[in-house]
Design a protein around this ligand. Structure first.
Ligand SMILES: Nc1ncnc2c1ncn2[C@@H]1O[C@H](COP(=O)(O)OP(=O)(O)OP(=O)(O)O)[C@@H](O)[C@H]1O
Ligand SMILES: [Mg+2]
Length: 311
């Protein structure tokens, strides 16, 4: 079939990249996710490390180490809005390029691959996107040795593509899209190519079970608790010279309270609270004060969590 000429990727980003590495380091409260994902990507990029480990500790071989040779090529970033899923997906490559000392390329899949509704179009576009990343990576694989480059395929807002096929009223074209996504992931896993697919969604429960079961892990991202709120505020309001007790008061105002069972997201703090605080003070031509900051934290409403059906 002929399909309109649609860009398959929103952007293709190459790492190392110092700016992305700094953004990665600034992401708070994700140390455990960062460690586990980078450990996983180490195995994807350098499968021999598991062979070396098995040789050292289990000379007779272990069945599960053999299983790891078919390491799944998918991770899912699920959880609340504004908690760093996209930000981590976008910057992770910088950390991996640094630790693995290999180039990493991020392909950010465009949701335009959903197509225009023509039968078979989404299947073709998704297939083309996976084929392009596979083609890019084929000659970067070095058998069981360290790959000469790693590719990350970021599928943001993945529920738009990977929604459960059991959903009522699902269009057959969307079902076909999920099938194409599963096939794409399977091809990469079978070929054990140096590629990992990262799906981001705030509706992990809506993702097709067949997609979920292909993930090596589903990470759940959460809003900051009081300590993490404080950590973000300390950096963001660094120049305002607030005392520890003042910062604590501001952070507390951002938490769940007055019958509201959720507090600020990270993006509420950094992309709404801080800009409003700065703009308010700048437009009045006055310095930022504790009273202004606390009053704003009290009055600004946090973004409500996504509470879709089933969550
Ligand atoms: N854990 C975090 N630490 C520090 N800043 C964060 C964190 N999470 C999010 N932010 C800030 O909020 C911005 C938006 O976050 P991001 O787009 O990654 O959220 P998300 O989890 O993808 O949300 P959504 O589900 O709405 O897509 C980031 O660019 C960053 O500035
Ligand atoms: Mg996002």
């Amino acid at each position: 079939m002929t399909t309109p000429n649609i860009d398959l990727f929103d952007e293709v980003v190459k790492f190392p990249n110092g700016e992305a590495l700094a953004r990665y380091a600034d992401l708070v409260g994700l140390d455990d996710v960062k460690k586990r994902v980078t450990d996983y990507l180490h195995l994807v990029a350098d499968p021999a490390c598991i062979d070396n480990w098995a040789k050292k500790h289990h000379r007779n071989g272990v069945a599960f180490a053999r299983g790891l040779t078919a390491l799944p090529r998918l991770v899912i970033f699920g959880g609340d809005v504004g908690t760093g899923k996209t930000a981590l997906g976008e910057t992770l490559g910088a950390a991996v390029a640094k630790t693995e000392k290999i180039p990493v390329t991020l392909f950010r899949l465009s949701l335009r691959v959903r197509g225009t509704g023509i039968v078979g179009e989404m299947t073709k576009l998704l297939g083309d996107a996976f084929a392009e990343v596979r083609g890019f990576s084929a000659d970067r694989k070095r058998g069981r040795g360290q790959a000469s480059g790693l590719a990350l395929l970021l599928v943001d807002e993945a529920d738009a593509l990977a929604q459960s096929r059991s959903a009522l009223h699902m269009h057959h074209e969307d079902r076909a899209g999920v099938n194409a996504l599963i096939r794409g992931i399977d091809d990469i896993t079978t070929g054990q190519l140096p590629i990992a697919v990262i799906l981001c969604t705030n509706r992990a429960e809506a993702i097709d079970p067949a997609v979920c079961r292909r993930a090596v892990e589903t990470f759940v991202f959460r809003r900051p608790d009081l300590a993490k709120c404080l950590q973000v505020l300390k950096t963001a309001l660094n120049g305002a010279m607030f005392s520890g007790a003042q910062l604590h008061d501001i952070a507390e105002a951002m938490g769940p309270r007055d019958g509201r069972d959720y507090g600020y997201t990270y993006s509420d703090i950094l992309q709404r609270f801080v800009p409003q605080l700065v703009l308010g003070a700048a437009s009045a031509d006055v310095p930022i004060t504790f009273t202004n900051a606390r009053d704003l934290a009290m009055s600004m409403q946090p973004t409500p969590p996504f509470r879709g059906s089933g969550s």
